[in-house]
Design a protein around this ligand. Sequence first.
Ligand SMILES: NC(=O)c1ccc[n+]([C@@H]2O[C@H](COP(=O)([O-])OP(=O)(O)OC[C@H]3O[C@@H](n4cnc5c(N)ncnc54)[C@H](OP(=O)(O)O)[C@@H]3O)[C@@H](O)[C@H]2O)c1
Length: 428
Amino acid sequence: MSRTWRLGVAGLGTVGTGLLTFLAEHPRFAPAGGQAVVTGVSARSRTRPRAFDISALPWFDDPVALAQSDEIDVFVELIGGSDGPAKAAVEAALNAGKPVITANKALIAEHGRELAELAESKGAPLLFEAAVMGGVPAVKMVREAFVGDDITSISGILNGTCNYILTEMESGGRAFAEVLAEAQRLGYAEADPTMDVGGFDAAHKITILAALAFGCAPNYAAAEIEGIEQVELIDIQMARDLGYRIKLVASAEQAAEGVLVRVHPTLAPLSHPLAQAGGALNALFIEGPRVGRIFVQGPGAGAGPTAAAVAADIADVMTAAVRPVFQAPAGSLKPFDPINPSKMMGRAYLRFLVKDEPGVIAAVSETLAEAGVSIESFLQKPVENAGGVPIVLTTHATAESVLAAAVERIAGLPAVLDKPRLLRIARI
Ligand SMILES: NC(=O)c1ccc[n+]([C@@H]2O[C@H](COP(=O)([O-])OP(=O)(O)OC[C@H]3O[C@@H](n4cnc5c(N)ncnc54)[C@H](OP(=O)(O)O)[C@@H]3O)[C@@H](O)[C@H]2O)c1
């Protein structure tokens, strides 16, 4: 029997109007032979100009009232933010037993477990395909298609704004602040760019993927986060001379002791697929013992791709193709035990600004050798107005705690003029 699914859409910005446009252009969007119809919308301002004309749609001042309304069967939350009206409305819809679809990574990363428990106790689906990698079906892939493998690691580029900024810095030889200001003018970066450039947005996304992949509850507080604000042009250029490109990489690894989730600028060899993913692209590696290594890339944001991901969730609700919110029912999710990263082994890029005098390079290499850190490559290049001589080296794999201690000792040498810069090199 053909059924009509009445949708309430809260949040009518980039994604919300993208979804309304998609549904208007696909009036027969009917994956289960039913029909999806928007019967209520909500945002802050009823009158502001939008990319979609909402004058014919029933308006709700309060997204919570929309979520609870008898006029809707499915609630679509496209407001954003980990708390506030988005969370209140999602909880209201779930409490009313209504399926919820959201693009809100902050909400799922920070409150995923409690929302999953609520959703499952009410028998209401909670879906969030659009929350990670926009148009790339990363959530479905990790939650559903990989259950036959034991994923060991996931890593990739999950923030298009950072990827755009780093790409522009390299191609135009321009500093971070200049490129960020231009990205804001062009609408590629928010007026407050902290969530993006600080690495927090990517951390929300990798927290969600880690939970889906490893069958644990999301634990955003355990994520180690470093953004791209400190990436200097000199590092981009020196890395390139050494055959690398700097990317903001988000990664999650499962080991016997627990899970490590981190986001930090990372050097990837120029031929590496992550180094090749330029502009605003997102890219992801998923690795498991049976399937091996899978790589996907695509648009991580934008009205069209994100609305397509929301529509895919609507289709899942219409076809009742619903799984537990995370990989397993909320009650049986494993604890997310963070690993102490100091034991992790990895290669690194180090830059020191030193006095232009004899013996300095020997002192740096001796300090590293004494600590047991072996040097892989070395680069010294005169840079105008640097206030000293920058020397750059890459190391062979070393325990992070050993490397950190050696770098601290080098920072204390009298010939070292500035705080050393340490960037990790991709392990994949
Ligand atoms: N943009 C993307 O490409 C993208 C990609 C993936 C995921 N997402 C996620 O999708 C969600 C929406 O993002 P967006 O880019 O569409 O955001 P946006 O353009 O800023 O739109 C946000 C919408 O929420 C409404 N809103 C804000 N505060 C509200 C409140 N207190 N009560 C009711 N409505 C309120 C706004 O109303 P007004 O319009 O009246 O101000 C606006 O319509 C976020 O969770 C975001 O992380 C976005």
